[in-house]
Design a protein around this ligand. Sequence first.
Ligand SMILES: Nc1nc2c(c(=O)[nH]1)N[C@H]1C(S)=C(S)[C@@H](COP(=O)(O)O)O[C@H]1N2
Ligand SMILES: [Mo]
Length: 259
Amino acid sequence: MENKAKPKKELTIEQKINRRNFISFGVFGVMGAAAWKGWSWLYNAPKETASATAGARLPLRRALNKTELAFRNFFSNNHLVKTYPKEMAAKNVKVNSFIGLKSKFEIADWRLQVVKQSGEVLSFTIDQIKALPKTEIIYDFKCVEGWDQIQHWGGLKVIDFIEHFGLAEETKAAYVGMMTPDKVYQVGLDMPSALHPQTILAYEMNGQPIPINHGAPLRLIIPVKYGIKNIKRIGSITFSNTRPPDYWARAGYDYYSGL
Ligand SMILES: Nc1nc2c(c(=O)[nH]1)N[C@H]1C(S)=C(S)[C@@H](COP(=O)(O)O)O[C@H]1N2
Ligand SMILES: [Mo]
């Protein structure tokens, strides 16, 4: 059979170049228009007003939040902080600061208040907390001021506390807030870090009840975070989808203060 199709006419070099230029300029033109549209959309988007990132266009802030989330989940849940043998734990544990520890306080009157999202308030004694299985951890405690020390803490895992006392529903919230009884020192924690298997409600230091200056009768030990998040003398725990008040974040420190 005879092929009737005309042989395709070869383009000259010059024609090829022109054709390619035409295509490239076309593509750049389209991309440019898209970029312009995107930019003007962003430019006209409302600004964020909240604290540290004030002024960032909201779509950008949302992108930041998304990365933060992926990052947080990865580091908080898949990563266990390095632990050490007991002999390596410091005998003279450094005492750092006392914000929220200066008000009049009787250990005997202390109760842990847990505020559910429904508004219901539960109250726990230290004995109720000590009655549950104890977890111990020896790790390198790090303060943002630049010091670190291998320390030995014992207590109840936050995740165990939550499961045992039927608070699983509360973990659907994005944040956990903790405050001293006088409400002066506060920390806000992302839920994955709060539930991390090494995060504990500590009542022992070096195998003894925690001394008053280290946060008796109950403090937080959260090894995935810097010292500032390890609140001493916990008075209350709350759950929320908005960031709970945080003493040092308000002063400009990173809200997550993760390691
Ligand atoms: N209530 C309360 N908790 C607190 C603080 C504080 O001033 N008040 N300081 C934090 C900081 S900055 C650090 S480094 C650790 C220090 O704990 P320590 O005194 O047991 O070494 O506690 C954290 N928890
Ligand atoms: Mo600190």
